[in-house]
Design a protein around this ligand. Structure first.
Ligand code: NIG
Ligand code: FE
Length: 411
């Protein structure tokens, strides 16, 4: 099947030769072609260029993109999209004055989601999660990472990851999975955190590796959750199963999690709302992608990740949604990109680089996703009629998307 997009006002994130990530001052450069075409063969980008030099005369489907912008779909490298129910009541409790920490100390928070998930069948969990996936696809997400971490028992963690795998197959969609058994200490291990880490390492990890359910390993390295020692133990153990770290660090406190992640060759370190100079130094010269989650900062009213400090230090940065029931009940990457511009002072060029190619890097997909490059997946956003790509973050809260193509097909 062939599809030809013609008269594209701006074709955004065009990379003739693939780059795996964009760092520092280069993030300000977002290559575009004006008045362009893209030619898709089956599920891949076959060619693109200026309308003035188009040589393709026909295709099975032709889409006229006059006055519209075309860009690669968002690459959301950090989500907890598989979960059960919601935590709207905690949202109201927070409005009424309780803090995120207080709610979690009362057995709410992650443990509340874990209880709900344990009581939900695999099929029901799949149905709930499939709706969320369809929703984010319509909002332009074309590749996603999904974590476990609301199971907190071996059976429930396996259930979550099986659901994530089923989503990948059912939708023929790029889903990367991460094992986050160490997300919170369950109530029955309250006075025995080490015992829970034993369970995660000695029982969950081997089963997940055996069933090939995850490529990445994660831990919530944070005061009141898991320590640096727990983190090091887990990352060390994960090495033998070839699970690469992508870890939650520095959400509320900075105490060395970033450097530890870098030491274990983490693909990404995520959150970073609190970030000090040692963290920046640790990231310099590493292959680890810092990932910011501005919707989480927005929803919890906590600081935003200091993107300017990160970029000005010559580092790359990726943007992701953190879609989850507690801190970010939204998987809308358009809002993420807008908020990064408005609150983190990223330019639209930087934010789009961060939400496409750098997001792809942060989940090991930059060979196949994240830019308009020959041979990459035909996963594209076609906007409504807008003046330029700047309008995407500028018109925050607006739906600027007309069509989304996944594997070369309009969804
Ligand atoms: O990334 N910080 C840890 N985990 C999630 C939120 C967990 C929850 O509240 O359910 C996050 O923000
Ligand atoms: Fe998260």
């Amino acid at each position: 099947m062939t599809t030809l997009l013609i008269n594209i006002k701006q074709l955004v994130q065009v990379r003739e030769t693939n780059v795996s990530k964009i760092s520092g001052a280069d993030m300000k450069q977002l290559p575009i072609l004006e008045n362009a075409y893209v030619y898709l063969v089956d599920d891949k980008i076959s060619s693109f260029g200026l309308m003035a030099s188009i040589e393709i005369a026909s295709a099975d489907t032709i889409i006229d993109c006059t006055d519209k912008v075309v860009l690669p779909t968002w690459c959301d490298s950090h989500t907890h999209l598989v979960y059960a129910g919601n935590r709207a009541q905690e949202f109201v409790d927070r409005i009424n004055g309780l803090s995120y920490e207080e709610i979690s100390n009362r057995g709410g928070g992650i443990l509340n989601s874990a209880k709900k998930l344990q009581e939900t069948s695999e099929d029901a969990l799949f149905e709930q999660s499939a709706k969320r996936l369809e929703n984010v696809m319509r909002m332009g997400t074309g590749a996603i990472e999904i974590k476990s971490g609301y199971g907190l028992t071996t059976a429930a963690e396996l259930k979550m990851l099986r659901v994530a795998k089923r989503l990948k197959e059912a939708y023929n969609f790029p889903v990367k999975t991460t094992f986050l058994g160490a997300h919170a200490v369950p109530a029955n291990f309250k006075r025995n955190q080490e015992g829970y880490m034993d369970l995660v390492i000695n029982e969950m990890l081997p089963k997940i590796a055996e069933e090939n359910l995850a490529e990445y390993v994660d831990i919530f390295c944070e005061k009141g959750y898991f320590t640096l020692e727990d983190t090091e133990r887990l990352l060390q153990a994960a090495q033998q199963y070839k699970l690469v770290p992508k870890i939650h660090v520095n959400q509320f406190n900075a105490f060395g999690g970033v450097a530890l992640g870098v030491k274990y060759n983490a693909l990404s370190v995520d959150h970073l709302e609190e970030l000090n100079d040692e963290d920046i130094t640790a990231l310099q010269g590493s292959k680890t992608m810092p990932v910011a989650l501005p919707s989480c900062s927005y929803f919890l009213s906590i600081p935003y990740t200091p993107a300017r400090k990160i970029i000005d230090a010559g580092l790359p940065i990726a943007l992701a949604s953190d879609y989850n029931p507690g801190s970010t009940p939204s998987g809308n990457m358009n809002f993420v990109v807008s908020t990064a511009c408005i609150k983190m002072k990223m330019t639209p060029e930087e934010a789009i680089n961060a939400a496409t190619i750098n997001g792809a890097y942060a989940m090991g997909l930059s060979e196949t996703h994240g830019s308009i490059t020959k041979g990459k997946a035909a996963n594209l956003i076609i906007t409504k009629e807008i003046e330029s790509f700047h309008v995407l973050p500028y018109a925050f809260g607006d739906n600027c998307i007309d069509k989304v193509l996944i594997n070369g097909k309009v969804i």
